[in-house]
Design a binder for this molecule. Structure first.
Ligand code: 3HC
Length: 388
């Protein structure tokens, strides 16, 4: 198939690389040759790593020869599928989608990797609303297996099926939402993790390092919550936070993240965020081996969010778990972990924090019902899953 990837930054260059690894022809479009050349260098470095490990058999130069770079949309005139990965600015998305709609063949699907702008708003920039869809990759796209597929109210079933199939053919695990919700699945849960991490620190319950040590050493996550926030980019975190809350999700008061962004401390990409990254390169953060933070407390708001998603039939418990395993490299699904920690413990923490005046922690009916019925997880034989 022939693809256009518009935007060659952190996500765009990774998506183009994945497509080329799987044998596709890619037109990588961006506004300047400086940006495109930097993308080429990053793709070269990444492909070299894969080649040396043997996970990619073809020589990097052969794979790269399938990627044609351009500063003009004209190269998109014979594509089958486009994926947009430009900054989250509505006017920019408008320009990209209007240009693609004008130049790409009428039957081409136009996907967006947005993490915070409603897909239907983007679809409305085009004359092919049924062929516009969300295809949300996770950072780094070369490694993370998850792709969230988000049909808008206009997207046809054919477009959704083709997008799911494409994700599968790229070795990814697609999770399709039944209805579009702000932040989709992964970022809604990631937001809740950031909010609780921030609340614990700002209320003096724990330090940043203790929160992150709990996440990494007790729960087994690949990164602490603040460490992951630095990795994603604090400007992106604040952006997705504001976009989700603006569209009707309850907020948790927190200043830490915004203050960092105001000081231009954006995480890995600026060399400093909650931690320091010499040379603007990610380096595993050093954390204390032990922590007083309770995993059931740190995960409580995220589990409550997952319960909301399940209760509202957006996704099934196993799909929430796929999102966290394949999009965030959780060692187990969030709801599997919740079953192990005990739904009663999760509920107790939610009630405790709610009673301190944080309205976002109001326990979901599903959790209250599960506890009432004695479905408290592994120890009772049933929680989100059944145990023999
Ligand atoms: N290309 C090729 N290889 C890469 C790579 C890339 N771009 N990035 C990392 N690697 C390789 C490294 O070379 C290393 O290989 P090795 O094990 O053979 O030495 C391996 O991956 C592990 O990398 P590191 O040693 O640098 O560090 P870690 O062991 O911590 O792994 C990680 C890095 C895979 C990123 C891991 O920390 C992780 O899974 N973190 C969680 C990431 C996550 O949650 N992403 C989702 C963010 S949210 C999002 O994207 C949504 C958006 O909308 C905000």
């Amino acid at each position: 198939m022939k693809f256009a990837v518009v935007g060659s930054g952190t996500m765009g260059h990774g998506i183009a690389e994945v497509l080329a690894i799987y044998g596709h022809q890619v037109k990588l479009i961006d506004i300047s040759w400086d940006i495109l050349n930097r993308a080429k260098q990053r793709m070269e470095e990444s492909l070299r790593k894969f080649y040396e490990k043997g996970t990619v058999k073809e020589d990097p130069s052969v794979i790269l020869s399938r990627i044609e770079m351009s500063t003009s949309y004209d190269v998109a005139k014979d594509i089958d599928f486009a994926i947009e990965a430009v900054p989250e600015i509505l006017d920019l998305k408008r320009k990209v989608f209007q240009s693609l709609d004008e130049i790409a063949p009428k039957e081409a699907i136009l996907a967006t990797n947005t993490s915070s702008i409603p897909i239907s708003e983007i679809a409305e920039f085009t004359s092919r609303k049924d062929k516009v869809i969300g295809m949300h990759f996770f950072n780094p796209p070369q490694i993370m297996k998850l792709v969230e597929v988000i049909p808008s109210k206009y997207t046809s079933e054919d477009t959704a099926n083709k997008t799911v199939e494409l994700a599968r053919s790229l070795g990814k695990v697609p999770v399709k939402l039944r209805i579009e919700v702000p932040g989709f699945i992964g970022n809604r849960i990631f937001l809740r993790l950031m909010q609780e991490a921030c609340r614990e620190v700002e209320s003096g319950e724990a330090s940043i390092e203790e929160v992150d040590s709990c996440a990494r050493n007790k729960i087994g996550l690949p990164m602490g919550i603040f460490e992951l926030s630095d990795y994603v980019g604090l400007d992106i975190d604040v952006d997705l936070w504001e976009n989700i809350v603006k569209r009707g999700t309850s907020d948790v008061p927190c200043k830490l993240f915004k203050e960092k962004v105001a000081r231009k401390e954006l995480g890995v990409k600026s060399g400093k965020g909650f931690y320091e990254y010499p040379g603007n390169k990610y380096l595993k953060v050093k954390l204390p081996a032990t922590s007083k933070v309770d995993p059931a407390r740190l995960l409580s708001l995220a589990v409550n969010e997952a319960a909301w998603l399940v209760e509202n039939n957006i996704v099934k418990p196993s799909e929430v778990d796929d999102v966290m395993k394949y999009g965030y490299n959780f060692p187990k699904g969030l709801l599997e972990i919740a079953d192990e920690l005990g739904i009663d413990n999760i509920l107790r923490n939610l009630e405790d924090i709610y009673n301190k005046g944080y309205s976002a922690y109001k326990p979901q009916d599903l959790l209250v019902k599960m506890v009432k019925e004695g479905k408290v997880g592994k120890k009772s034989g049933e929680g989100f899953y059944k145990y023999a």
